[in-house]
Ligand binder design. Structure first.
Ligand code: GDP
Ligand code: CA
Length: 327
């Protein structure tokens, strides 16, 4: 079985860890493993800092699946130290709001060096994964530069800021007026992305941010159409539980695109043209009839990723729903 998932950072990575466990319990490494997972990762959060190219969502997936993640934080490296950050601060060189740990810096140095040598991001990501062995094929959505900007208005005026500045520096406390994936319209899907989608047996939308993670991937020309036209069933999982995101600022960026923060509204936002199936949390069971009325098969199951076993159960429910709606 060939599975393709479109993933952001934490929500995507934790779901993927469960998916791996669901298809190969105990991490069966045999070549006859029952499934091959291709992850199309969001690169709209990428940022250039101190001359380094940082890809937060790709790294979160790589570290989480490869065993290097800071588990409680959900991003960055385990056992991290912060000497580089302190030294930069001593020089008065900013920005000081981005968490750039010493171990993490090595990843960005390797990436930046390879990009400077002319390798595309997809090849660089493959090289980084040779160390981390995430057990999935991790593809950036595009080798081209795409940067999500958020239009905000506060005491400093009305302006567009980089997504990381909106989220990390402003803590999403300023209302988002619009979200723009700058460069997306001219970006090409990375090599292998459209092929993987076309050849997939199942396509999954993890409980990633529908606007700045999955939405950005779908904004790369050709990707939305490939998912919509694929033979494979497309099943998504709601990142919104009980009318709020489980963590993060999905409610703020959903408001910016005029979508309510409910499991049903997110399903309708993706729409029946894209989604065949949708999972909502058991606490949102009353959303099921509304989603089905929109032409999307819907089931209510526990959607809290409290541990890998819980995420694996979610993945099994998604694969079961995919079988149900197939054909
Ligand atoms: P980011 O790039 O690190 O923000 O991560 P993603 O875009 O992949 O995922 C963010 C989304 O994951 C948020 O909207 C959260 O609501 C959602 N999320 C995080 N943990 C859980 C969970 O345990 N269950 C569900 N259903 N959603 C979750
Ligand atoms: Ca992200």
């Amino acid at each position: 079985m060939r599975i393709v998932a479109l993933a952001g950072g934490i929500g995507g990575a934790r779901f993927l860890r469960g998916l791996k466990e669901a298809v190969a319990p105990g991490g069966d490494p045999s070549p006859s493993a029952p499934a091959e997972i291709t992850v199309v990762g969001n690169t709209g959060d990428d940022i250039h800092l101190f001359g380094l190219k940082v890809c937060p969502d790709l790294d979160t997936v790589m570290y989480t699946l490869g065993g290097g993640i800071h588990e409680e934080q959900g991003w960055g490296r385990a056992d991290e130290t912060w000497s580089v950050k302190e030294e930069l601060k001593a020089y008065g060189v900013g920005p000081d709001w981005f968490g750039l740990g010493d171990r993490d810096v090595a990843t960005h140095v390797v990436r930046t060096q390879m990009l400077a040598a002319g390798y595309p991001l997809s090849a660089v990501t493959e090289a980084l994964c040779a160390r981390w062995r995430p057990g999935v094929r991790l593809l950036p959505m595009s080798d081209d530069r795409v940067e999500t900007h958020v239009l905000v208005e506060d005491a400093e005026g009305r302006r567009a800021v980089h997504f990381q500045e909106y989220w990390v520096r402003l803590r999403a406390e300023v209302p988002a007026l619009a979200v723009v994936p700058v460069g997306a319209e001219d970006a090409k899907p990375a090599p292998g992305v459209l092929e993987a989608i076309a050849e997939a047996d199942v396509i999954l939308l993890p409980p990633s941010n529908p606007v700045v993670s999955v939405g950005t991937i779908l904004a790369v020309p050709g990707v939305r159409q490939a998912v919509a036209e694929a033979d494979a069933p497309v099943v998504g999982l709601s990142p919104i539980v009980g009318g709020a995101p489980v963590r993060g600022m999905a409610d703020k960026v959903l408001a910016a695109v005029g979508v309510e923060s409910t499991a049903e509204a997110v399903a309708r936002h993706y729409g029946p043209g894209l989604l065949d199936g949708w999972l909502v949390d058991t606490s949102d069971a009353d959303a099921v009839p509304g989603v089905e009325a929109a032409g999307i098969a819907c089931r209510a199951v526990p959607l809290m990723m409290t541990d890998t076993a819980a995420a694996a159960a979610m993945a099994r429910a998604a694969l079961d729903l995919a079988e149900e709606v197939r054909g």
